[in-house]
Design a protein around this ligand. Structure first.
Ligand code: NAP
Length: 522
């Protein structure tokens, strides 16, 4: 594909005017062609105008039509797999296997949402029939279901150039819900974004969808990103990235005359608790832990950044972890900013008097390379210094010694909201530490038992969310079909005749979907 370096604004190309940039190969430091033109606020206005116009038509498409659109996007992406893999690995230093795997996951997500909306029951249709003779007051006929919100802005994630970028989980769930999507590209992988964006645009044309159902804008977050979130026609935002970036967008959205939801996935240290009985099986746990820590150079939001265990067996476990970590080689991070943030976070932790270094795979602090680092501290010191619980985005983890149930509970209680919390336990541990699980349920979106947090399965039951600051709103998930309701709102039709109702609520149930009628699920 001949990359043009220009935004996709509906069926047109952007003309830039607000600066330019090039992607950089993080392995070699070399700039990659072409030049990408940054858009300004006029392009934001045009993309929002097109999306608003498209919404009126797109929201009325049937589940089948929208499903065909999502499947066509997946087919178009499949057709350019080789181009995606070549460009993505050059822009991100991610190995070929990961690029192919992420492409597979992206297309799987699109097809999963297609199946969901084609079947149709996701709208949660509820019908309460009228009771005109009810005393003392008559009961009206009420029917409700989820309806789409309107244009959604999606910020591409640096660490998921496909699965949480142009046609990733946020976009797929918004399109599935019936919302047009305006994507703000990430500066670290514009070429990957353009290839996928071109595939989406081809699907828009093939399926006869309104052009404004998709736009892709290149440019700065602080200008066009902010302008998009402020735009009165934008109804919701999907974001994956830093806590500072997510917080800034949440504040902008909340300050609007009409505030809108920002579904931001931000920071999480994903604590792993190793209980005393499980510690006896430490060799296997140490292997699994180091594998989870170093996977993808630790650049996963589910990376295990904190390990909590008792005293017994801890130093032998730490020794095994240190020896396994030392065998890993430093690897290139996604972009310079992420690498320097990692080196700064590791430097800040190293400088703490109460923290010891258990393993440190050296990598030049000025480079884009990162090596695995494992620190140790005591529960008392951890509880006295909240900054020890901050995310070190990359292959770094802190091991906290917390002797006995009360200390472990104190550490668990001190934690901020998390995407995941893991417990390694035996039968015997389970009785002794039952209160721990109850604390962790309040802290995390996903509880992992005798496993590791990295590797988020895309399935119906998955929850990839969690209380703040893991996400802006822990009431939903950004992975799996449940993510669709983030871009919807409930509407109730009272006293409406069949011919004025959405098909899902028509008396005869022409779509054959599951509904709750007079309180009974059918
Ligand atoms: P980021 O700096 O938050 O940027 C993500 C996107 O948000 C970019 O498109 C950026 O635009 C935009 N943005 C950032 N601040 C903004 C603001 N104030 N207003 C409007 N838009 C804004 O994240 P990143 O580049 O992916 O990585 C930086 C750090 O984020 C990492 O070192 C890591 O600590 C963290 N991170 C965490 C996760 C996680 O899942 N926990 C994932 C990825 C990154 P511009 O690029 O144009 O500024």
């Amino acid at each position: 594909m001949d990359l043009q370096g220009r935004s996709l604004i509906g069926a047109a190309r952007g003309s830039g005017g607000a600066g330019e940039s090039k992607a950089v190969n993080p392995t070699t430091g070399e700039e990659l062609e072409p030049v990408y033109l940054s858009e300004g606020e006029e392009s934001v206005e045009e993309a929002c105008r097109l999306a608003t116009e498209a919404f009126l038509e797109y929201r009325e498409k049937s589940g089948k039509e929208k499903a065909t659109f999502l499947r066509t996007i997946a087919d178009e992406i499949d057709a350019v797999e080789e181009e995606i893999v070549a460009r993505m690995s050059a822009e991100t230093a991610l190995p070929e296997g990961r690029c192919r795997g992420e492409k597979g996951r992206t297309c799987f997500q699109l097809r999963l949402f297609a199946d969901l909306i084609e079947e149709g029951s996701w709208v949660d249709a509820r019908i309460d029939h009228a009771e005109p003779d009810r005393a003392p007051l008559s009961k009206p006929d009420c029917r409700s279901m989820w309806r789409p919100l309107g244009p959604v802005v999606v910020f591409c994630a640096s660490n998921f150039p496909l699965a949480y970028s142009v046609a990733g989980g946020d976009s797929a769930s918004a399109w599935a819900a019936g919302c047009p999507v305006i994507v703000k590209a990430h500066a670290s992988h514009p070429g990957t974004a353009e290839i996928v964006g071109t595939a989406v645009r081809a699907a828009v044309a093939k399926c006869g969808m309104p052009e404004g159902v998709f736009s892709l804008l290149f440019g700065s977050g602080r200008t066009i990103g902010q302008a998009l979130v402020k735009h009165p026609q934008v109804r919701a935002v999907g974001f994956t990235g830093s806590r500072a970036g997510g917080r800034a967008l949440m504040d902008t959205a909340a300050a609007r005359a009409e505030p809108i939801p920002v579904w931001a996935e931000m920071s999480s240290v994903n604590p792993v608790f190793i209980l005393p009985g499980a510690m006896k099986e430490r060799e296997a746990i140490a292997q699994g832990f180091v594998g989870s820590l170093t996977l993808g150079v630790g650049q996963f939001c589910t990376n295990p950044g904190l390990v909590i265990s008792g005293r017994e067996g801890r130093s032998a476990f730490a020794g095994q972890v240190a020896s396994l970590a030392s065998e890993t080689a430093p690897a290139t991070m996604l972009h310079k900013g992420i690498a320097s943030a990692y080196h700064a976070a590791v430097g800040a932790m190293t400088a703490k008097d109460a923290v010891e270094s258990l393993a440190h795979v050296e990598a030049d602090a000025g480079s884009r390379l990162a090596g695995a680092v494992v620190f140790g501290t005591s529960a008392d010191d951890f509880l006295a210094d909240q900054s020890m619980a901050d995310e070190m985005f990359g292959p770094a983890s802190l091991m906290v010694e917390a002797e006995g149930e009360e200390r472990m509970l104190a550490v668990a209680e001190s934690l901020e909201g998390q995407l995941t919390a893991t417990v390694h336990a035996t039968e015997e541990d389970r009785e002794q530490f039952s209160r721990l699980i109850a604390v962790l349920e309040r802290k995390a979106g996903r509880l992992v038992y005798n496993g590791f947090p990295t590797g988020v399965e895309v399935c119906h039951a998955m929850v990839h969310g969690g209380p703040a600051p893991a996400t802006s709103d822990g009431s939903s998930t950004s992975v799996g079909p449940r993510a669709i309701t983030r871009f919807t709102r409930l509407v109730c039709w009272q006293g409406f005749p069949d011919d004025l109702l959405p098909e899902e609520l028509v008396e005869e149930n022409p779509l054959g979907i599951s509904r709750i009628v007079d309180g009974v699920r059918g």
